[in-house]
Design a protein around this ligand. Structure first.
Ligand code: NG6
Ligand code: CA
Length: 490
């Protein structure tokens, strides 16, 4: 069989209810919906975490995030949390003869210690199996606001070096525009914490100075990344290609490009989702025009659930009206409820897949083992340890998915989903995150929900089913405790 190209499109904070094909009525996403003409809509697919870094870690390594102590939301100057000897998803595609690229948000750290921002950066995605990388290091709300192309900051003027600082008090904070010293330049108000460097009129987490020519414009991010994806395809189609296309939408700060301002009545959050949908339309048209669509598997998903106010007063709450970003699910980003990690998940393959909906239980951590199977690569038992072979599920040959899966909340509390049951570990803490207003799912008691009857997780039935609670606790404990000695590569 000719090896198909594979593109994983990964949105940032897009909820289970944010697409029209998943029930949204106030946001229209025709291009993503169109993927379903030859695609499968999964209704029980999960990322491994209700926040970003851990979920992304699982895609790249095939491991649950709790196997690595550094899988928490990383600052923009964090060191790389994946060792170069780990056999990763892109390395696997390379083994199979693919050209590989990551384009978009990275958020898995760089280098082994201090990052050499003004020179050659060590330990980039290029050391983890990507032939080409064009990324931003953290999130769009934290410094540095620059692209990194392979091992260097893109467009950096050597006469204007860049400095990045994540201390509470930064030695150069009086010499740059900050939220405090230049309030007249603010174009988007912070609602919590995003009040350090003021760049493009928006407060960010962390301080940076210099690097003026390299700083991105928020409203150009989508076109830049899309252009990079098209270029890579154009240049690298001599062999099959694997692209991990990690878009920044609809993560805060939400700054749509001019043509999408006002695309919805929901304000910037709705508008950037329509912009994201446009990117997918552009990409599929490009593949079609280049006769590549029939040879390309497209996966579309999101790293974690939705959030309305995640740091800026952009009216997401006030304008949200009846839209339900998590659809019927309870909670959202950071949450232990399903709204935290059950996300849209579509696999589309023109001419090869018939339109279908699949209720199979599926985790994003399974991508590595599933593609290993498709590519006839045998994984070592230490590689992609938590990844299960779901290729038949992904390609719609069966709807029998995993027996169970684990995901974690923003605070690393674990949830076991097994069959129709969801078990949430007890945890201390607030029930609702202040300002963000997402429900955390925190409770000092065990929680058990029957997802067949109670998708919105309103009725805790732990007291009625003590044996199920007990056996799910034990299974979770076993998964968490399973040892993990990695074979060192040569
Ligand atoms: C949180 C930020 C939030 C967002 C998130 C990362 C504050 C108060 N909140 O710490 O704005 O940046 O980290 O999002 O700073 S994620 O999608 O990358 O996980
Ligand atoms: Ca995210």
């Amino acid at each position: 069989m000719k090896k198909p190209n594979v593109i994983i499109i990964y949105a940032d904070d897009l909820g289970y209810g944010d697409l029209s094909c998943y029930g949204a009525e106030d946001i229209n996403t025709p291009n993503i919906d169109n993927l379903l003409e030859n695609g499968i809509k999964f209704t029980n697919a999960y990322s491994t975490s209700a926040v970003c870094t851990p979920a992304r870690y699982s895609i790249i390594t095939g491991e649950y995030p709790f196997r690595n102590e550094y899988t928490k939301i990383l600052p923009g100057n964090a060191k790389c949390i994946i060792d170069t000897d780990v056999y990763t998803l892109p390395k696997m595609f390379k083994t199979a003869g693919y050209n590989t690229a990551v384009i978009g948000k990275w958020h898995l750290g760089l280098s082994d210690g201090d990052i050499n921002w003004n020179g050659q950066i060590t330990k980039t995605p290029n050391d983890l199996g990507f032939d080409y990388s064009f990324i931003f290091p953290g999130t769009n709300d934290r410094v540095p606001l620059v692209y990194i192309k392979n091992r260097q900051i893109y467009n950096l003027d050597p006469n204007d070096p860049i400095e990045v600082c994540y201390q509470m008090k930064c030695p150069f904070e009086n010499e740059i525009d900050t939220y405090e010293n230049s309030p007249e330049k603010i174009v988007m108000e912070s609602s919590m914490g995003h009040n350090r460097s003021l760049i493009n009129g928006i407060g960010r987490i962390g301080f940076m100075r210099g690097g003026k020519s390299a700083i991105w414009k928020d409203d150009e991010l989508s076109e830049t990344f899309l252009g990079e994806v098209k270029n890579f395809i154009d240049e690298k189609r001599d062999k099959p290609f694997f692209i991990y296309y990690a878009l920044h939408q609809p993560h805060v700060p939400r700054v749509p490009s001019a043509r999408f301002k006002g695309a919805t009545a929901l304000g910037p959050r709705g508008d950037v989702i329509v912009e994201l949908d446009w990117c997918i339309g552009e990409l599929t048209s490009y593949l079609r025009e280049n006769n590549l669509l029939d040879d390309t598997i497209i996966i579309f998903s999101s790293d974690n659930g939705p959030v309305l106010n995640d740091g800026y007063d952009d009216k997401a709450y006030e304008l949200n009206k009846n839209h339900r970003p998590a659809g019927p699910l309870r909670g959202g980003k950071y949450s232990k409820f399903d709204g935290g990690a059950r996300v849209p998940f579509i696999l589309s393959w023109s001419n090869n897949i018939s339109k279908a909906e699949s209720p199979a239980l599926l985790s994003q951590v399974d991508l590595m083992n599933s593609f290993a199977n498709m590519l006839d690569i045998s994984l070592d038992k230490y590689d992609a340890k938590d990844s299960q072979n779901m290729i038949d599920v992904l390609l719609g040959k069966t709807i029998v998915g995993r027996p169970s899966l684990v995901f974690e909340s923003g605070k690393k509390i674990r949830i076991l989903r097994r069959g129709k049951w969801a078990y949430l570990q007890p945890s201390e803490g607030e029930e609702i995150i202040p300002i963000v207003l997402n429900e955390t799912g925190n409770s000092l008691n065990d929680q058990l929900y029957n997802m067949d009857y109670d998708i919105s997780q309103r009725i805790n039935v732990a007291d009625q089913y003590p044996q199920i609670v007990e056996s799910m606790k034990q299974e979770l404990e076993q998964i968490l405790q399973s040892t993990h000695t990695r074979k060192k590569s040569i």
